[in-house]
Design a protein around this ligand. Sequence first.
Ligand code: NAD
Length: 417
Amino acid sequence: MSYNPYDNVLATVEKAAELLGYAPEDYEAVKYPERELSVSVPVRMDDGGVRVFQGFRIQHSTVRGPAKGGIRYHQNVNKDEVKALAAWMTFKCAVVDIPYGGGKGGIVVDPSTLSIAELQRLTRRFTTMIAPIIGPDRDIPAPDVGTNAEVMGWVMDTYSMLNGHAIPAVVTGKPLQLGGSQGRGEATGRGVMLNTLYICEKLGIAIQNATVAVQGMGNVGSVSARLLYEQGAKVVAVSDVSGGIYKAEGLNIPAICQYLSKRGNLLSGYEEAGMTRINNEELLTSDVTVLIPAALENQIDAQNAGRIRAKVIVEGANGPTTIEADDILEKNGVVLVPDILANAGGVVVSYFEWVQNLQALEWEEQDVNDKLAKNMRKAFDSVYAIAEKKKTTLRMGAYLIALKRVVEATQFRGIWP
Ligand code: NAD
């Protein structure tokens, strides 16, 4: 990877600190992850051989509470990516004001090349190796790219077995049967949908008149597409790692989601009357009202930002836009709802899941969705208001709020000894 996403984090933090009038010593600690653990994970493969996978768990901050963040399984995972993802979690939890710091984990593996049994052995051995630093009061993992509720169930079971009793609050995004929360599976996409509605409302765009393109039809992208479709938006373009499809009259999103829900199914095998196949670049630069990047980092960069035709970008993925692209989009008047706000729905409902686990309670889905919407609305309105007041972007608005919360917590705690 040529573009280091951690540089992206640092540049944004520096800019926010300057706007807040902070001296370097006020935010020096925020620039470094508190703790980084690298592990080499041996796995017995189905053919009897042994493979060793590289893994990481990085805790960027525990100033406002336990570290919180997903575990990613992807062949391009590396330490700088995990560091950046961990830091974004710190600022995300701060902007939506939940009592967590930020962390992230990852394993360098393409999970589609492993059998379910191999995946389970990899997950259990990795959990054992990071067990000394995770726990309901220390660091609470969750799903991310390449992992899902089933994987979180194995994390919960392994950690529980190591401690001799069930500890559901060690991980969120679990199956409902193990203490998962109603609404968690959809939460990130629901938050993206809500933020899309809020920004369209501010810009005077009726959602029924909006066209939408979604890059990455995984957990986040497919739920965002489906919920926006249900709100009356016309989703005209979607893509995944196999390529994209386009239909000016609007795609049949429920049928696409149904097709993709089978393990191994990709968009390249999907057919619908009137659709055409497009590539990733064509999806990103398609003529739509709203573009939702929901795949990986660094998708909108200096090369393609000038050709983006969407009026609004709502970042479902973490770090999909480079710093250089941000400047180009701002100059071109493209309004961007930043990742740490737009995709925070997942961590908000993860927080609800953890709270339910700690209290041995189970909330109803409507209750979870209502609480999520209340949190998202408040966070969006506060970011929008500060961005307007300071005449800056919504990304900078979000960082002004988040960095202030993290720095003030650090100052109240003090640097000990
Ligand atoms: P996922 O593994 O479920 O889906 C990822 C999708 O992106 C897949 O459809 C994959 O085919 C597609 N993809 C990969 N490379 C692509 C490319 N070059 N072009 C187009 N599509 C491509 O992952 P997810 O959980 O949906 O996560 C997606 C993004 O959202 C990540 O940035 C993740 O960090 C972020 N996120 C996830 C959550 C969550 O709760 N899962 C929460 C907040 C943020």
